[in-house]
Design a protein around this ligand. Structure first.
Ligand code: K1U
Ligand code: ZN
Length: 170
C-alpha cells in the first residue's frame, strides 16, 4: 500500500460532487486501504476520497482510541437516512491546514452504506463518530467545515491560507 498525497484548501477538487460507486471492486477496496493508511499516518479519524483526488462516494473512518485503533470502517455510497439533536464540536480537517473551529451538527445519525464486501450496512452513531460521519459525508458533496462557519471566519482563514501559500511559492 502507498501513502496518498492529501489535497488541501483551496484545491478545486475539494468543492466538487462525487460519483456513486457502481460496484465494490477490488481496485476500490485497494484505494480504501491506501486511504486508511494515509488517515492513520496523518493522523486523522476519517478521510474522504476527494481529499486524495478521487471523486467517488467513499469514506474511511476510525474514531476509536489507543489500542482499539487500526480497524477502519470503509463506507461506499454512504447516505444519512436520519439525523436528530444538535451538538457543537471543535473540528479540524486534514485538507484545511492550521485551523479548527466550532461546528454545529446533528447529535445522532443513521447512515446506510456498502461495506468492503459490497454488503449493505446500517450504522447508528452518536458522539465523535456521528460528527466524523457528517464531516466526511460533507466532503462527498464538495463541502468543507469552513462552509459551516461564519462568512467572516471563513474569509479570515482564506486570506491567511492564500498568504501562506504565496509565501511558500505555491
Ligand atoms: O476529513 C478529515 O480531514 C479528517 C478529520 C476528521 C474530523 C475531525 C474532527 C471532527 C470531525 C471530523 C480529522 O481527522 S482532523 C484530525 C483529528 O481530528 C484527530 C487526529 C488524531 C486523533 C484525533 C483526532
Ligand atoms: Zn475533512
Amino acid at each position: 500500500m502507498a501513502l496518498l498525497p492529501i489535497r488541501t484548501y483551496p484545491d478545486p477538487v475539494l468543492s466538487q460532487l462525487c460519483q456513486p460507486v457502481e460496484a465494490v471492486e477490488r481496485h476500490l477496496v485497494e484505494l480504501a486501504e491506501s486511504m486508511a493508511e494515509t488517515m492513520y499516518a496523518a493522523p486523522g479519524i476519517g478521510l474522504a476520497a476527494p481529499q486524495v483526488g478521487e471523486l467517488l462516494n467513499l469514506v474511511v473512518i476510525d474514531t476509536s482510541r489507543g489500542e482499539e485503533r487500526g480497524t477502519p470502517l470503509f463506507l461506499f455510497n454512504p447516505r444519512i437516512m436520519e439525523a436528530s439533536g444538535e451538538t457543537v464540536f471543535e473540528e479540524g480537517c486534514l485538507s484545511v491546514p492550521d485551523y479548527t473551529s466550532d461546528v454545529v451538527r446533528s447529535e445522532r445519525v443513521v447512515v446506510e452504506a456498502m461495506d468492503r464486501e459490497g454488503r449493505p450496512i446500517t450504522l447508528e452513531a452518536g458522539g465523535l463518530t456521528a460528527i466524523c460521519l457528517q464531516h466526511e459525508l460533507d466532503h462527498l458533496v464538495g463541502r468543507l467545515f469552513l462552509d459551516r462557519i461564519s462568512p467572516l471566519r471563513r474569509a479570515l482563514y482564506r486570506k491567511r491560507r492564500l498568504k501562506q501559500l504565496k509565501k511558500a511559492g505555491e
